[in-house]
Design a protein around this ligand. Structure first.
Ligand SMILES: Nc1ncnc2c1ncn2[C@@H]1O[C@H](COP(=O)(O)OP(=O)(O)OP(=O)(O)O)[C@@H](O)[C@H]1O
Ligand SMILES: [Mg+2]
Length: 259
């Protein structure tokens, strides 16, 4: 089981869009996928066609009430793709988690106890580096950071990198990260310039695949279906399929490395 957290404290950089689109593409490629909604906005839950107000058990039930993780898993509209939904109660987690003992490890321990059979667990984090995101990163193999090629987005990465260093030294020494360029516009000179800078600063820390601006991606959550079903022939569908192949290759290579 390989666990990926999608996080960036910057809002609106396509964390949720990437979680749902990549999740569907990995499922299409025959992998068993569990998507986990850790954001009280519950956008991931909605995008997978589940109404958050009707949710009985959410990620908050696991984090705050010790619900066995398996009991919160729902099937989604996509085969091979299951969901642990978010709900408005998820906002309580941010506040009350730190009161709990060893709270940083609650999600990691819940996964270990559940002994699940998924190939990939994808966790969509809220746009904040708080106690919930900390739980996700402690439980993850890989931090995937969607980012725009905009000045403020790149500036925000500094803080995120400091966080990664802290998490590695205090909680999860094996955490790796990769940056993913999203909402990219090839005709935009600043985008081209900043993406080149990003690649020269981070080297192979930036994924090859780039997700360009595509309005079809804005429509797919309204349809409650991931992009590969909503617009299977769109550029965004092709790019998220390419991302799935890149991630599969990355994980296979990582698994070959000696521990
Ligand atoms: N490649 C793209 N092209 C066009 N629109 C996109 C693309 N990726 C995401 N969007 C749109 O941008 C908006 C923000 O995306 P999304 O909700 O995935 O970001 P987020 O990082 O999860 O936001 P938040 O920080 O609020 O959780 C959404 O309206 C989404 O449909
Ligand atoms: Mg989101």
């Amino acid at each position: 089981m390989y666990t990926i957290a999608f996080s960036n404290e910057k809002g609106g950089v396509a964390k949720t869009t990437t979680t749902v689109s990549l999740g569907a593409c990995l499922a299409e490629a025959g992998r068993k996928v569990l998507a986990v909604d850790l954001d009280p906005q519950a956008n991931l839950t909605l995008a997978l066609g589940v109404e958050p107000t009707r949710v009985v058990h959410s990620t908050a039930s696991i984090l705050l009430h010790d619900l066995p993780l398996r009991q919160a898993i729902l099937p989604s509209s996509v085969s091979n793709l299951d969901l642990i939904p978010g709900s408005s109660e998820t906002s309580q987690s941010e506040r009350y988690l730190p009161v709990r003992e060893r709270y940083e490890y609650l999600l990691r321990d819940a996964f270990q106890q559940a002994a699940l059979q998924y190939d990939f667990v994808l966790m969509d984090c809220p746009p904040a580096l708080g106690s919930v995101t900390l739980n996700a990163l402690v439980a993850s193999n890989l931090l995937l950071i969607p980012t725009q090629a905009e000045f403020f987005s790149i500036y925000a990465l500094k803080n995120l990198m400091n966080w990664v260093r802290r998490i590695r030294s205090e909680y999860n020494p094996h955490l790796t990260y990769r940056l993913l360029l999203t909402l990219f516009d090839r005709r935009n000179r600043i985008h081209r310039l900043l993406s080149e800078q990003l690649r020269s600063n981070f080297n192979n820390g930036v994924l090859e695949t780039v997700i360009e601006v595509d309005t079809k991606l804005r429509e797919s959550p309204i349809a409650g279906a991931p992009i590969i079903f909503h617009a299977p022939k769109s550029r965004a569908a092709a790019q998220y399929r390419a991302l799935a192949q890149e991630i599969i290759a990355y994980v296979e290579k990582a698994n070959l490395q000696p521990a």
